[in-house]
Design a protein around this ligand. Structure first.
Ligand code: FE
Ligand code: FE
Ligand code: ZN
Ligand code: FE
Length: 182
């Protein structure tokens, strides 16, 4: 792949995002299944629907450009998803696992936000106004997802995860110290 122009970079980064979104289409149902809290499950399922629409937007952009959408693997998303999978193999308390799933999901959202912010800016510079608007819509959706996860974590999930640690666990000797933090 040669990057001789900003246009080349634009297409390359769009392909990266296209592949990243398609990886997420496979990962989000697994994250929903792994979540214990029904609100978190619903959040992942909702973002799956949103992600399908984001892929559609990218399809439209590629069609307009006359470029193919495939041909690049987003190695970063592969790594982020891999870290998420590692969590599922841990011996985790359900509420703590939910908190961890939110953390993993927010890393994904932030990666996407960085990517869409860049291509949106390139699209504007290159004069692709319609594409810039579509990319801004997706960027806004990623931001909303991130915000929603923060709300859920701060009001419910992290609180439950923290309470999980307050339950008596006689086998773990260091527990007593936890009370002194309050
Ligand atoms: Fe997305
Ligand atoms: Fe990438
Ligand atoms: Zn990237
Ligand atoms: Fe997203």
């Amino acid at each position: 792949m040669s990057l001789g122009s900003l246009h080349d970079l634009y297409v390359e980064e769009l392909r990266d995002l296209y592949n990243a979104e398609n990886q997420l289409l496979k990962a989000l149902p697994k994250m929903a299944k792994a979540a214990s809290d029904p609100r978190l499950q619903a959040a992942f399922e909702e973002h799956l629907e949103v992600t399908r629409g984001q892929v559609d937007r990218l399809d439209r952009i590629f069609k307009e450009l006359g470029e193919r959408a495939t041909g690049k693997k987003c190695v970063a998303m592969e790594g982020l998803i891999e870290e998420g999978k590692e969590l599922l193999e841990e011996d985790a308390e359900p509420a703590v696992l939910d908190a961890a799933l939110i953390s993993a999901a927010q890393k994904v959202e932030h990666y996407e936000m960085a990517g869409y912010g860049c291509v949106r800016t390139y699209a504007r510079l290159l004069g692709y106004e319609a594409a810039a608007r579509l990319l801004q819509e997706t960027l806004d959706e990623e931001g909303e997802a991130d915000h929603m996860l923060t709300e859920l974590a701060e009001t419910v999930i992290n609180v439950e995860a923290e309470e999980e640690g307050d339950e008596p666990a006689p086998k773990r000797g260091k527990r007593q110290k936890a009370g002194t933090r309050r």
